[in-house]
Write a protein that binds this ligand. Structure first.
Ligand SMILES: [Zn+2]
Length: 322
């Protein structure tokens, strides 16, 4: 029997990239959801994949996005909370600000999609104990805001290098963008965490076992700009390493994996955005086909539920033995 693996898409919108990058014009919340969401839904439907879409509350709060967002739930996908304002500095929020941030997002997402969220992924992988506490108190089943990697400081340095016009104050806020070096020591296996007297499942975004370099789809596409064969070999070995280390992986997608510079000129500076769309979708197809060959691919909520069940069984068994 194949082991479980999960697949999710962080529905970061055009404005949230512009905001994090410090570009003017994000305040009117320019959107590409009407183009990208139907494309992603079609792609997933053709491959019979049911995944989790993490939606940003601010997008759900705007009527102009409702026709793009409602079909996600109709397509049988799970809907998760990706914060309201998509600010990758949740570690600077007070507890009350976090409660407001999550509640606003939940309400907006529910009115746009009809779904109440029980899973959370914070923007920019900046998880703190207070975020976990608020999630537990609000009855969440799981969090998936961690990215165990040693390369966060390198990714951040590259990001700042590509954003030369950013002020010191803006840089300060982004100090933990992509996480910190010590995140590399965090477990890459989904596991249980205790917060506010409840148990949540933490489903980390999987990185390559041991070396902990990223394996999310945008990174594979980036590698493909050098060599597609190399990118696929890397992906193949990552999946083999997960099987060997008994890691049930959780793979992350982004809207940029379904588009190129012609869909959003403002985002042309991102790696892989010059690639023709057909070629990109072809790589995506290869990556996800291999994933589904090796693992039984489900949404993050199902993945978390299975982790909870397995851990409870293991606890019962060890109690029976003692
Ligand atoms: Zn995001």
């Amino acid at each position: 029997m194949k082991k479980l693996a999960s697949l999710s898409l962080d529905l970061d919108n055009k404005w949230s990239y512009m905001k994090t990058h410090g570009d003017a014009g994000w305040e009117s919340f320019p959107s590409y959801l009407d183009v990208i969401v139907p494309r992603a839904l079609e792609f997933l439907r053709e491959r019979d994949l049911k995944i989790t879409f993490f939606i940003v509350g601010q997008d759900a709060a705007l009527d102009k996005n409702h026709s793009a967002l409602a079909p996600i739930a109709h397509g049988g996908h799970e809907i998760g909370n990706h914060s309201f304002n998509h600010e990758p500095w949740l570690h600077l929020y007070s507890k009350q600000q976090l409660v407001d941030e999550l509640t606003r997002a939940e309400d907006a997402i529910e009115s746009a999609t009809g779904r109440h969220t029980t899973g959370f992924r914070g923007p920019g992988f900046s998880l703190t104990p207070t975020v976990l506490e608020v999630l537990a108190e609000r009855g969440y089943d799981y969090d998936c805001s961690t990215l165990p990697t040693y390369i966060a400081p390198i990714a951040r340095a590259y990001y700042f290098f590509k954003s030369p016009e950013m002020s010191e104050e803006e840089r300060e806020k982004r100090k933990k963008l992509f996480g910190k070096f010590s995140d590399g020591f965090a477990s890459i296996k989904p596991h249980l965490v205790e917060a506010a007297g409840r148990t949540l499942v933490e489903v980390p975004v999987t990185t390559f076992p041991v070396v902990k370099t990223p394996i999310h789809v945008s990174y594979l596409i980036y590698l493909s700009t050098f060599s597609r064969a190399l990118a696929m070999a890397y992906w193949r070995s990552a999946l083999a390493a997960c099987q060997f280390a008994r890691v049930e992986p959780s793979l992350l997608l982004h809207p940029l994996d379904f588009m190129n510079g012609e869909d959003a000129a403002e985002l042309k500076f991102f790696p892989g955005m010059a690639m023709p769309l057909g070629q990109k979708l072809d790589i995506l197809n290869d990556v996800l086909s291999l994933y589904a060959t090796k693992f039984d691919v489900v949404n993050v909520g199902e993945h978390a539920a299975s982790v909870r069940e397995t851990r409870a069984l293991t606890a019962q068994q060890s109690e029976a033995l003692s």
